[in-house]
Design a protein around this ligand. Sequence first.
Ligand code: DDH
Length: 306
Amino acid sequence: MAQPQTNPTPSSSQLDHVAQAVRDLLHQPDYDDGSAGPVLVRLAWHSAGTYDAASKTGGSNGAGMRYEKEGGDPANAGLQHARAFLEPIKKKFSWITYADLWTVAAVVAIKEMGGPEIRWRGGRTDFTDDNKIPPRGRLPDGAQGADHIRHIFYRMGFNDQEIVALSGAHNLGRCHSDRSGFEGKWVNNPTRFSNTYFKLLLVNDWKKKTLENGVEQYVYVDEDMIEEDEDAEDAEEPEELMMLPTDIALIQDPSFRPWVELYAEHKDIFFDHFAKVFAKLLELGIKRDRNGNIVNEENQQDGYKS
Ligand code: DDH
């Protein structure tokens, strides 16, 4: 029987260099809210979120988004920006695989944006063709509700608590009408990792709004903020905050909601749970031997018949 392939995890001094290079590129004054961080986090999440526990397919190994089959999935629209941000690092440190780079970049970005320290393990390999890329349609659709969220995340092996904790990543970044069709940010400071998303979910009166493109989302305008701003001479108009239908499902569902309440009240618990569940996310689809090296098993070598 052929020996399984392994790719040793990078040494800590090698990783320090990569981590520093990621920190150095986060500040992007001309991009979105001034940081590459949020889109890097989304890249890591989408690279792992294709996992299917039943067939043990998909997951963070392979960096399949380099191929049209996965990179061209409408669910991944916009993530080419994240990949382009990281390309110079890949060029400089050619020993790191894309799959490791995409996942470690998110961990570095989260920490740098004020989030928790997340355990990261390397050794992922990159696919050399698109045979092992799973079918499209495995990532969540923001227009749907609690049943859909469970269908998608139970498939990956997450429970309700883990789903809510992971969703706290929407403290970061924004929606772009030319990517997902949704528009706007969830919190006022979208480049600072925090539990504000959960607080806003609970305190605000979210109203359904249909955008010009026909997409429905929820919005809230802080009336107090407008009044204060009217007194100020050169007040900028406050930007409407938004929630996806899937975000609102977290406060409507009786099993999700207690976790939203807990995380809104206890930032430390949220950080602890988020760190654990994000580490778990990044390990989806990965099997390690007793030295921690990733074993590329026979079944992962099999291609998909498409
Ligand atoms: Fe998300 N997310 N996400 N998300 N997500 C979007 C942006 C970002 C859903 C839909 C969207 C997670 C879960 C869900 C981030 C991280 C995470 C956008 C906007 C949509 C739509 C894309 C665009 O227009 O650019 C849905 C649905 C779910 C769900 O059902 C639970 C999870 C689990 C994470 C994570 O990281 C753990 C981040 C960060 C962004 C901001 C990206 C950016 O460019 O800014």
